[in-house]
Design a protein around this ligand. Structure first.
Ligand SMILES: [Zn+2]
Length: 342
């Protein structure tokens, strides 16, 4: 689907430097040691201090990065608040350390905090087993399921500590930060209760989108082992519809990729992307198939063990959504196969 997004800042800020992307809002990029090699975090002028939005992975590398840039980018002013959009490691990783270092308060939704605590607290055996069992149940072969089982609790390796306390954010809440008012807009499907921040203060509306809307890639949408009854893709599509209805001139600040304009077009393109995946699945499900059988239908290239985890999650989420829509039904239960309802 064609979409023309406008990128007002063609180049990201240089390493260790910030770029002001709207009055009082500064873009800082932190490294990630993955194929997705960066996360964008946002520094908001907040009176005589700062509010940070997202924090990077809880690794030594990211901490050293913060230490190196703190003097430069924070200009000697204290950090007062840390807003965490959602529980994923690249967003919450340094929140506990930054809060302690700056005596700042962490803000996030209760849904994200509860999930962070639950995942962080799982023993290696339990964390590995839950994912392996879910995916084996959906047809993943024993070798690849065992490889996932042996990964253990990868979350805790990237998030050594969860903040002890937090202030709760909820959908519709408003935050006054510096001269701006921000409304919390909760999105779902990528994570349980993801907070986006939307401001109409100033000449141009601004959306801090987290991972809920990204300009170049689609956010991972996975069924979680403890929530097989849910419909994360349905929730994600509903969230895109809601975000796509915000003002069309909005400047969007995503966690990955560049700052862009064209929010309604991007939301529509992402919805179209998922609808096309659903169509493709329906096209082959005249014969019953498992989520594992559907990997080559949804993903064209070979997948390593790390990618398998995301790909299986996506495949199950798409099949589950077709089931919720009444377009497929289960056919056999170990492994689970789905068949198109004709
Ligand atoms: Zn995320």
């Amino acid at each position: 689907m064609s979409q023309s997004l406008n990128y007002p800042f063609p180049e990201p800020p240089a390493e260790g430097a910030t770029l002001e992307v709207a009055p009082g809002i500064h873009w800082l990029r932190l490294p990630l040691p993955f194929a997705l090699d960066h996360i964008n975090v946002w520094l908001l002028e907040d009176g005589d201090g700062w509010t940070l939005v997202d924090t990077g992975l809880g690794t030594d590398q990211t901490r050293e990065h913060w230490q190196a840039v703190a003097g430069l980018v924070l200009d000697g002013q204290p950090v007062r608040r840390i807003v965490v959009t959602h529980y994923h490691p690249d967003h919450i990783g340094q929140a506990a350390w930054l809060a302690e270092t700056h005596d700042a308060v962490v803000h996030l939704t209760d849904g994200e905090m509860a999930h962070a605590r639950r995942v962080h607290g799982m023993a290696d055996e339990e964390a590995g087993a839950r994912l392996a069992e879910l995916f084996a149940h959906h047809g993943l072969d024993t070798d690849r399921a065992n490889a996932l089982r042996q990964r253990g609790n990868t979350y805790r390796r990237l998030v050594p500590r969860i903040p002890d306390r937090h202030v709760t954010l909820g959908d519709g809440d408003t935050l006054a930060i510096g001269d701006r008012h921000w409304r919390v807009v909760v999105g779902r499907g990528h994570s349980p209760e993801h907070a986006c921040l939307y401001s109409e203060s100033g000449d141009q509306p601004v959306l801090i989108a987290g991972d809920q809307v990204l300009p170049k890639i689609s956010s991972n949408v996975s069924v979680r082992p403890e929530a097989e009854h849910e419909d994360p893709l349905g929730e994600f599509l509903a969230s895109l519809e809601r975000l796509g209805a915000l003002r069309s001139g909005t400047r969007v600040l995503p966690s990955h990729g560049g700052v862009f304009e064209g929010l309604p077009e991007r939301c529509a393109a992402l919805m179209h992307h998922h609808e096309a995946h659903l169509e493709r699945l329906l096209g082959v499900l005249s014969q019953p198939g498992t989520a594992a059988d559907m990997l080559p239908v949804l993903f064209r290239k070979g997948l390593d063990n790390h990618q398998i985890m995301f790909a299986m999650g996506e495949s199950v989420a798409h099949l589950r959504h077709l089931e919720v829509r009444g377009l497929v039904e289960r056919d056999g239960d170990e492994p689970v196969r789905f068949r198109r309802v004709d």
